[in-house]
Design a protein around this ligand. Structure first.
Ligand code: PMV
Length: 352
């Protein structure tokens, strides 16, 4: 079926219903620690690459049910996972000054809660789908601020390619925006060493680090400097500097967590093997750099034209692991979903 742009726009945001797609982003300068947990204001700014792989697709529909219904991968969410979504929907209801209940139907292509940025794609897609379903037409900055309230890193998945999240000091001033990167074609290979959900949530891991790690003040002092260095490296399209800063910053984030009481450690032996592999590949002339988040899965930054070779070399060394090759991708957008089809499976890209 071919739809005109007008039909696409109408179908994508029919009154009371909208479907949005958002990709995960991986931070090259990390966000770790909140100065305000309610508003999700970070201690430091951060910078990331939105990928072109493993999206979340979310449909939000206004309903006349007595309660919100929240499905992830076709199954009802319960407990804290559910209330995190319904509290977020409360924010959207307040913004729109409306009180209808909703059904939320969300599908992740990436394992959920394994440090593979599913909360970034998840809350970015939810922010766009829910705000549209409630009739709000938020600009990208307002959308980024809204997504931030669901999961800090989601503020960055609103944008194409590289995005910087300005720490700010209040709800208004804490938002992400796109960073132009002419001449810098980035790629990334995500490794899936362990797809299980992590045992310490990033929220708890951050809180414990902020409250107990004697190294945390050094993180807060250094990260703005590293962010400036990273922005300068991007402006120069200096891939070597971008990779070097990203890898160092990731190690420093994990170092500050290791100083917490009790320590927060997301990596395991398989992660360390991958870190060694990255160093060896680099020694062999395949320029790549490792980064890791709140989980054991190592992500490897490379030039866009080296993604396939890198994925092949990783699989050659570690045939049993999963790899997801990716390049710079688009930010959150509305899509249409065919009637009767489940969101994310039969979709036609919409205009916005
Ligand atoms: O947005 P959250 O609460 O899932 O935190 C993400 C934190 C890291 O992924 C570890 C770093 C980052 O900047 O994305």
């Amino acid at each position: 079926m071919t739809l005109t742009p007008q039909q696409l726009a109408t179908t994508a945001s029919e009154e009371g219903s909208a479907t949005a797609l958002a990709n995960p982003n991986i931070a090259l300068v990390k966000y770790w620690g909140k100065r305000d947990e309610a508003l999700i204001l970070p201690w430091t700014g951060s910078l990331s690459l939105t990928l072109d792989a493993a999206p979340t697709t979310t449909t939000v529909r206004l309903t006349d049910t007595p309660d919100d219904v929240v499905l992830l991968g076709g199954r009802p969410l319960e407990g804290t996972a559910r209330s995190r979504v319904t509290r977020f929907i409360d924010l959207v209801r307040a913004l729109a000054d409306r009180d209808e209940r909703v059904s939320v139907d969300s599908h992740n292509e990436i394992p959920t809660g394994a440090g593979l940025a599913s909360s970034a794609s998840g809350f970015a897609a939810l922010a766009l789908a829910a705000s549209t379903a409630f009739g709000l037409d938020l600009d990208r900055r307002a959308l980024s601020r809204l997504a931030r309230r669901g999961s800090g890193s989601a503020s960055r998945s609103i944008f194409d390619g590289i995005a910087v999240w300005h720490a700010g000091h209040d709800d208004e001033s804490s938002f992400a925006e796109a960073v132009p990167a002419p001449g810098l074609e980035l790629g990334m290979v995500l490794t899936v060493l362990d797809a299980r959900a992590k045992s310490v949530s990033s929220r708890d891991g951050m809180r414990r680090t902020v409250d107990t790690s004697p190294y945390y003040p050094a993180w807060v002092e250094r990260t703005p400097v590293e962010l400036e260095e990273m922005l300068a490296a991007i402006t120069r399209a200096d891939f070597t500097a971008v990779g070097t800063i990203a890898e160092r910053n990731a190690m420093r984030m994990h170092a500050t967590m290791l100083g917490a009481e009790p320590p927060v450690r997301y990596w395991g032996p398989a992660s360390v093997e991958l870190l060694d592999l990255v160093a060896n590949l680099r020694g062999d002339g395949l320029e790549c750099y490792a980064t890791m988040d709140a989980g054991p899965n190592v992500k490897i930054l490379c030039r866009a034209d080296a993604v396939d070779e890198l994925a092949a070399r990783i699989l050659e060394a570690q045939p049993h692991i999963g790899v997801i090759p990716a390049r710079a991708g688009r930010g959150a957008r509305l899509i249409t979903s065919e009637p009767g089809g489940s969101a994310g499976e039969q979709t036609t890209e919409g205009a916005r």
